[in-house]
Design a protein around this ligand. Structure first.
Ligand SMILES: C[S@@+](CC[C@H](N)C(=O)[O-])C[C@H]1O[C@@H](n2cnc3c(N)ncnc32)[C@H](O)[C@@H]1O
Length: 245
């Protein structure tokens, strides 16, 4: 009868919110994405159905329509349907589209925020996205625009604003070139945080003019700006503690 759009956080299960864990504990069916980790999925109650819609064929609009229809159908059959998404459901998660489709179909929708990789990945690499004297703002952006149109990074070149790029690994060469054309210096610091909040988190730091040549893979967050050179507070970062356990 109700669908809960739940943020699963960036990786480790102990970065779920208490509310997310409580909702998950009473789920009848859980519909999840590819990026939700096994640690989190282990919290799905025995007996609850688990559907991986990251494996749906196609992509883009068609696949999203199929997911919307599936959620509506499941809401008619079950008391508590959990739609589990990596990070925060409303940050590049198409959670807004799903909520709108469900509401249009008369289904009761609840949203549970999650810790977004946009903020957790830099933090777990020791990078404060804002920092007095180094960054007075942060811009979170995807490199993959709707309908295949490339995002233009040139106007985003602002040395005092930290840029956090999601889904940017495959386009890192053109991102770097556009930011250089926009005026960012060749030696602007960048960091690529791969698989943040997991045991195999990896952080690679470089200069902007070396971003294209880095050997990095998705899922990763690219951080651009002076703060990317910092490495602070790692002894307190949850991911570090869990990874060391
Ligand atoms: C479709 S977006 C979903 C973002 C998600 N809703 C969030 O708030 O984190 C997927 C992108 O998020 C980033 N991402 C998600 N989880 C990540 C992780 N654990 N480490 C690094 N990047 C991650 C990557 O850029 C990936 O390509």
């Amino acid at each position: 009868m109700s669908v809960y759009l739940v943020g699963a956080g960036p990786g480790d299960a102990d970065l779920l919110t208490l509310r997310a864990a409580a909702v998950l504990a009473r789920a009848d069916v859980v519909v999840h994405d590819r990026l939700v980790g096994e640690d989190v999925l282990a919290l799905v109650p025995t007996g609850a159905r688990r559907l991986d819609v990251g494996k749906l064929p196609g992509g883009g609009g068609d696949s999203q329509h199929a997911i919307n229809d599936l959620l509506i159908e499941l809401a008619l059959e079950h008391e508590t349907v959990v739609r589990l998404k990596g990070g925060d459901p409303f940050v590049f998660g198409r959670g807004g589209e799903e909520a709108a489709a469900l509401e249009a179909a008369g289904v009761e929708v609840h949203v549970v925020p999650g810790i977004s990789s946009a903020f957790a990945a830099p933090l777990l690499a020791g990078i404060p996205v804002t920092h007095r004297g180094a960054s007075r703002g942060v811009c979170v952006i995807t490199a993959v625009a709707e309908s295949g149109v490339e995002v233009d990074f040139e106007p985003l070149a602002a040395p005092e604003i930290t840029l956090v790029v999601l889904m940017g690994v495959a386009r890192r060469a053109s991102i770097a070139a556009q930011l250089r054309r926009g005026g960012l210096a060749a030696d602007t610091a960048v960091a690529v945080v791969e698989r943040a909040a997991s045991r195999d988190q990896r952080v690679t730091r470089a200069r902007l003019d070396a971003l294209a040549a880095l050997d990095v893979a998705s899922p990763a967050v690219i951080v651009v700006g002076p703060v990317a050179a910092l490495e602070l507070g790692l002894s307190l970062a949850v991911g570090t503690l869990v990874g060391a356990a």
